[in-house]
Structure formats: structure tokens, C-alpha cells
Design a protein around this ligand. Structure first.
Ligand SMILES: N[C@@H](CCC(=O)N[C@@H](CS)C(=O)NCC(=O)O)C(=O)O
Length: 280
């Protein structure tokens, strides 16, 4: 049905492309839509299919070999999992899926229709925190404190605070400045953004600032970057996307922590992905 043509690794090195999996050949196939997803986009720079052929991603060629993340980066919960996946340098495919999307593959892994959801071979799991804990354990990462009980407890407490307090406070700006224009094609209600900035965010920023002040290092839990920074950073990225700044004079420690987050490639990458996202 498909005509598949193999080219070997050095071919795309010669063409200036960065090898994705050098041992796996470049594949062109006819009759399939070009899918530019995640790292495949970068990988494909030097390896263009000849005219009349469409490129087929490795994810499509080898289903089951990659983790799949379901969700769009407009969701802060999806951004939390993206932050984790990028920090851990995991290979994964991302299926751009909106909440309550109805296609069977998604509903099988997320019966409630919520994003994010993740599959890894036969295993599937929903909920951003559960996904992040799964990934950290899978990759033997120290981001959860490496089994150190007090660090793990603090990480969980910050994660809950991020979802239960920061997320609702940031929701107004996210919905008005990002979701409405990008997903619904509607304009921003500035009054709602102003209420969030004046009333909802300040007590949350005070609490975050106090937490950062208590830390003896650059990150929430000390010198080592942890999942606490990821969980809070994911929801702070909603404010970054909505162009709501942190007042440096009032919350200097929080503002500097956010600057440090921006210097992490994983955070910069997820912000860029969310900023450039358009509804298909
Ligand atoms: N606790 C969940 C919350 C996920 C969530 O509420 N996602 C929203 C999108 S931001 C959703 O899918 N909502 C659809 C619904 O609840 O029906 C998590 O951390 O993943």
C-alpha cells in the first residue's frame, strides 16, 4: 500500500540534519500526511522526502515504541507534564487533544475526557501529578527527592498548592488572554485579568515568595531543582503566556526564581510550544 524508501544515517548528516536515532534509517512513504511533531520536526530538517512523497514520522512507523502524551499546551496541567518530559529528555509523541475530545484512542486512556493522559506501551495513566511521578520513577530521576522522605513530602505539598491555589488564581489571565483568543477566537475581558492581578494573585505570590525566601538555594527546596519547581513553574507559565508580569519590587525573590526558570531550556521550550500553538 505504501512505498517506503530507506536512507541510512550518514545521508542526513550530509544534509545538515541532526540524527534523531542514527541507527534508524530515514523513511519516506507515499500517501501519508506530513506530521511535524516534537523532536521529529528538528530531526527532519536535513531529511526531506523527495517530491511526490510525504514524510512519515518515526512515531507513526513504530507505534508502541514511544510514549504518547495526549493534550494541548494551552492546558497548564499538560504543560506540567511537558516540563517534566523535557527536563528528563524523554522521547515522546504528542497527540494534540483538547478536553472532552472524543476519538476512541483518547477515550480509552482518558475515559473522563481530561487532559493530560500518557501511554507507555500497554500502560496508560491520567492526571499530571501521577504522570510526573511515573516519569520520575521510570527515569530514576532525583526530581522527587530520590526517596528522601521529607523532600518527597515537600514536593507533594507544593504540587498540591500549585494545583489548588496557584492554578485557580492564574486561570482568569490564562483563559482571557490565551484560551479565549487562541481556542475560541474571542477577545480578552481585561476586567477579569485586572481582578486576578489585584486580588487573586497577590496572596498566592506572597506565599510563594515566603517559600522561596525560606529556601537556602536557588530553587524551592534548596540548591537542587526539583519537581516542586516544575509543578509551580507550569502554572506560572500561564501568567508568562498571558503577559502578566511578577512585580519585581514587591516580590523580588519570586521574580528572580521565575527568571531562573526561564534560563532552563525545558521551561523555555514549553513556553515556546504553548506560544506558537494554534488550533488545528
Ligand atoms: N488533576 C488533573 C486536572 C486535569 C484537568 O482538569 N484538565 C482540564 C484541562 S486544563 C480538562 O481536561 N478538563 C476537562 C474536564 O474536566 O472535563 C491533572 O492534574 O491532570
Amino acid at each position: 500500500m505504501y512505498r517506503v524508501q530507506f536512507e541510512t544515517g550518514p545521508w542526513y548528516k550530509q544534509h545538515g540534519g541532526e540524527p534523531f536515532f542514527p541507527e534508524i534509517p530515514v523513511v519516506f512513504a507515499t500517501g501519508l500526511a506530513h506530521r511535524a511533531i516534537g523532536r521529529y520536526d528538528r530531526w527532519s530538517h536535513g531529511a526531506r522526502a523527495p517530491t511526490g512523497h510525504r514524510q512519515l514520522s518515526l512515531y507513526e512507523l513504530f507505534p508502541g515504541c514511544f510514549m504518547i502524551l495526549y493534550g494541548v499546551p494551552l492546558s497548564p496541567f499538560v504543560r506540567k507534564t511537558l516540563f517534566m518530559l523535557y527536563e528528563l529528555d524523554c522521547e515522546f509523541d504528542q497527540k494534540m487533544t483538547v478536553p472532552q475530545d472524543n476519538y476512541p484512542a483518547f477515550r480509552t486512556v482518558s475515559p473522563l475526557g481530561r487532559i493530560p493522559a500518557l501511554t507507555d506501551g500497554d500502560f496508560s495513566i491520567t492526571d499530571s501529578s501521577a504522570i510526573c511521578h511515573y516519569l520520575a520513577t521510570r527515569q530514576s530521576s532525583a526530581l522527587m527527592g530520590h526517596g528522601e522522605p521529607q523532600t518527597l513530602a515537600r514536593v507533594i505539598a507544593w504540587d498540591k498548592y500549585a494545583d489548588k491555589d496557584l492554578a485557580p488564581a492564574a486561570f482568569g489571565p490564562l483563559f482571557e488572554c490565551v484560551i479565549k483568543p487562541v481556542r475560541l477566537g474571542k477577545s480578552t475581558d481585561e476586567a477579569i485579568v485586572a481582578i486576578a492581578i489585584k486580588e487573586k494573585l497577590p496572596p498566592v505570590f506572597d506565599h510563594l515568595q515566603a517559600g522561596i525566601d525560606r529556601s537556602e538555594g536557588d530553587w524551592l527546596l534548596g540548591a537542587r531543582f526539583s519537581y516542586a519547581d516544575i509543578a509551580l513553574g507550569a502554572h506560572m507559565s500561564s501568567l508568562v503566556l498571558a503577559n502578566v508580569p511578577v512585580d519585581t519590587a514587591r516580590w523580588p525573590a519570586l521574580a528572580h526564581w521565575l527568571e531562573r526558570l526561564h534560563s532552563r531550556p525545558a521551561f523555555a521550550r514549553l513556553c515556546e510550544q504553548a506560544r506558537s500553538f494554534r488550533m488545528p
